[in-house]
Design a protein around this ligand. Structure first.
Ligand code: NAD
Length: 281
């Protein structure tokens, strides 16, 4: 069994990106990232802070647009439009969640596909579906990097994704399908989940329930990727019962230190890619 070290892998990716950013700057290409935050959701503030820090470390310019919780849809769309038009901005991210009176899907649609570094614009999701080069949602993208870095085979494997969210489950399933896995997507209405997971060579757990995946659900030698971040008074826990499952797994990601650090590293990767592509136009 090998424990996947997402922290070190993400650090290496960021170091490589730092050199790449330096090189781009010497050619007059300045990656710049804009984040829109609406309201003052506590978790969002923490996420935004870590994105800012990563940008600083890499030499990527960073701009934060903080909007009042009572911002109207029209105002939000106008701000996105102005960021779309500003040529020095390489990537735009709208931090979710946004207040309930706003339509997040309409906002995501407004972000120019060429600046959509989170990969949430339906145009980019469609390209992922068609297996075309695009911006892929950062968490599934980071997981695919893990497979790559650890030389974990995907083709022909039975991959089970638990969770069907637009940001993790669905793009994850599509990414694995694009690499020729046989993919099953499970969700809250799935019957006999254990029977399905017991046949999986690869399990991706993206549920949001502490220690949901237990050793009884896992086949000997399976690859276990734990996306879950469940904050409790005792600390942060994954969706996988790590201690029980690790004895059966061939590879397993810990929480924290597995998938989490990869998400920010892939966001930075997407920003640099957007900057390079906008320069090629
Ligand atoms: P979500 O709440 O949008 O989706 C959860 C999914 O789990 C749903 O599709 C639901 O059908 C499924 N589910 C719920 N109960 C189930 C059950 N009993 N059996 C089978 N499926 C069930 O969550 P999300 O945004 O996809 O996030 C999932 C988890 O991953 C959360 O803990 C979140 O914090 C974490 N997350 C981590 C990162 C990271 O960078 N590591 C990024 C995004 C999300």
């Amino acid at each position: 069994m090998e424990i996947i070290d997402g922290k070190t892998l993400a650090k290496n990716i960021r170091e490589n990106l730092k050199s790449e950013v330096e090189e781009l700057k010497s050619k007059g290409i300045n990656p710049k990232f804009a984040v829109i935050l609406v309201g003052n959701d506590k978790a969002s503030l923490t996420y935004v802070k870590s994105k800012n820090k990563a940008c600083q470390e890499l030499g990527i310019e960073y701009e934060e647009i903080i909007l009042e919780g009572n911002t109207t849809m029209q105002e939000l769309l106008e701000i996105i439009e102005s960021l779309n038009e500003r040529t020095e901005i390489s990537g735009i991210l709208l931090q979710s969640p946004i207040p309930k009176h706003l339509d997040i899907n309409e906002a995501f649609r407004k972000i120019s596909p060429s600046k959509d570094v989170d990969g949430f614009n339906p145009y980019n999701v469609g390209k992922l579906c068609l297996n075309q080069d695009t911006f892929v949602s950062c968490t599934p993208y980071g997981i695919m990097k893990i497979f790559d870095a650890y030389n974990i085979p995907i083709e022909g494997k039975n991959a089970v994704v638990i969770g069907r969210s637009n940001i993790v489950g669905k793009p994850m399933a599509l990414s694995l399908l694009n690499k020729n896995a046989t993919v099953t997507i499970c969700h809250s209405k799935t019957e006999d989940l254990k029977e399905i997971t017991q046949k999986a060579d690869i399990i991706i757990a993206a549920i949001g329930k502490k220690h949901f995946v237990t050793k009884e659900m896992v086949k000997e030698g399976a690859v276990i990727i734990d996306v879950g971040i469940n904050r409790t008074d005792e600390g942060i826990f994954g969706d996988v019962d790590f201690e029980g499952v690790k004895e059966k797994a061939s590879y397993i990601t810990p929480v924290p230190g597995g998938v989490g650090p990869m998400t920010v590293a892939m966001l930075m990767t997407n920003i640099v890619k957007a900057a390079k592509q906008s320069n090629q136009k």
